[in-house]
Design a protein around this ligand. Structure first.
Ligand code: 3PY
Length: 250
């Protein structure tokens, strides 16, 4: 049995004062305890999240990190810094970072390995563009990303990684993959893990769907066999939506 995991991705939203109010609202919610839940916040809000969420079962994390522990890397944050504030997750390889900040699979792979070495759960995002989907190349694209991003992971615990399948055409567009298409791709990813690693690993690893998941469609998506949770954009910015997402089974 895999514990469902729903994590908000605030992206570049929420000033520290806005973040403080929303985090204070979140800790007051009555949330389903059987769902693992968390929020990945902008770097400037991390310390606030760490302080406000410390006595709640809402986990938190960053939206990016560099793979080195410290040094001359202006503007970056490190796994050691995330460890110091007890961050649980780091989102890696989000398509917005791949596209706007030129992050390639080699860099993402170093970050995934470093997160695991520092006991931070990497939420690794993979997914195809609209052109690739239209050319029926979604499996080819996702397989290539998985091969490159998970390279050298043997010897570490692959089942700690959360994989987020996020079709790029469904991100911030309001379009959602149909529950069947999303489940097919999550099944494809699970099968890849089975073949590249082991059957037990494939049974344990959690695969999220991301891309305009919201209160309206969460039930249908999470009812699918291979979808173990969601990485949530816009709908994680409102306490009421977050509550409905987490409490979708109630
Ligand atoms: C979205 O839902 O738009 C996302 O990109 C979640 O990461």
């Amino acid at each position: 049995m895999r514990t469902p995991v729903i994590v908000g991705n605030w992206k570049m939203n929420m000033t520290p004062s806005e973040a403080k109010s929303l985090l204070e609202e979140l800790v007051e919610l009555d949330l389903d305890e059987s769902v693992e839940k968390g929020i990945c916040v902008p770097a400037i809000d991390l310390l606030l999240a760490s302080e406000i969420l410390k006595d709640s079962d809402i986990k938190f994390g960053a939206q990016n990190m560099y793979f080195e522990e410290s040094g001359a890397y202006t503007g970056e944050i490190s796994p050691k810094m995330l460890n110091d504030i007890k961050a649980d997750y780091v989102i890696l390889g989000h398509s917005e970072r791949r596209e706007y900040f030129n992050e390639d699979d080699e860099l993402i792979n170093k970050k995934v390995l470093s997160a695991l070495d520092h006991d931070i759960v990497p939420i690794l995002c993979v997914g195809e563009t609209l052109e690739e989907r239209e050319a029926n190349k979604q499996e080819e694209k996702v397989k290539e990303q998985l091969e490159k991003d998970l390279k050298g992971i043997e010897g570490k615990d692959i089942t700690k990684v959360i994989i987020a399948y996020e079709p790029i055409w469904a991100i911030g567009t309001g379009k959602t993959a149909s529950a069947e298409d999303a489940d097919d791709m999550c099944a494809f990813i699970r099968n890849y893990i089975k073949e590249a690693f082991c059957e037990d690993c494939a049974g344990k690893i959690r695969i999220q769907y991301g891309g305009s998941m919201k209160p309206d469609n969460v039930k249908e998506l999470l009812a699918k066999e291979n979808i173990d949770g969601g990485l949530i954009g816009g709908a994680s910015l409102k306490a009421n939506d977050f509550e409905q997402l987490i409490n979708h089974k109630k």
